[in-house]
Design a protein around this ligand. Sequence first.
Ligand SMILES: Nc1ncnc2c1ncn2[C@@H]1O[C@H](COP(=O)(O)OP(=O)(O)O)[C@@H](O)[C@H]1O
Ligand SMILES: [Mg+2]
Length: 250
Amino acid sequence: MKSNRVAVLSKWTKTKVLLQNKSIKPFIPDTRKFNMNNLRTMIHQYKMVYVKPECGTHGKGVIRAEMIDEYSYKYQINENILKFKTFSEFHKSLVKQIKKRRYLIQKGIHLLKQNHRRFDIRVMVQVNPKGRWETTGIIGRLGHARKIVTNYHSEGKPMSIESLLHNHLSRSQQTQLHKKLSSLGIQIASHLSKTYPKFRQIGVDIGLDKTITPQIIEVNTQPDPYIFNQLKDKSMYRRVMSCRRATVKK
Ligand SMILES: Nc1ncnc2c1ncn2[C@@H]1O[C@H](COP(=O)(O)OP(=O)(O)O)[C@@H](O)[C@H]1O
Ligand SMILES: [Mg+2]
């Protein structure tokens, strides 16, 4: 079914639409609604999960939860770490954090690090002046040392992906990854625009662990273009902004 929406806030809705596409599906980490059963199953299966607001932004309210051993659990929200001796205490405390809000649980990705800080990647995809989807920017975001999110609004630092990946990948592997992310971004945008033909830009958050398989953390329908202005090299920023102007003129 088509929708006239220009933005979608629910990460659950967007995930369900993306899962319809067989070639995108392998890049989506297991994501389920927050409830006790799903929490128990997922934390035992994956050992580390992210528990996050269905409609959150800026990394607010995002929780990183871990099973330490058979009997103990911990989670981190903002800079606070809490530990528990039983699953039921762990669950009860999470429910207290969540209150009445809708939350999701997602398989945790052990994000690559630089100087003990986690980083992920934002892929900006926009409709270009020719009316085609184009990947206009790919940027890394290095999280704050004591935080579990990488968002700019949670003190993450936008950086070129070369500066973050050079310790993990060779030049030619970086080029390969760049191509892969660029085409995955276009695939995601094209697929979403079948349901949401009014979309003109998306920002895909991609997580990488040591296997370097891209994992789609979330898709933003109102991506912040200004993180690209944080780099010394302004060429990507100019490209992003020229697509925005083209969109506004239409
Ligand atoms: N499944 C996950 N594995 C690892 N890190 C994650 C996961 N989900 C979220 N994060 C981290 O938290 C940040 C914020 O989560 P995200 O789902 O993008 O919500 P928001 O809308 O608040 O940006 C991500 O950029 C990433 O750094
Ligand atoms: Mg995000």
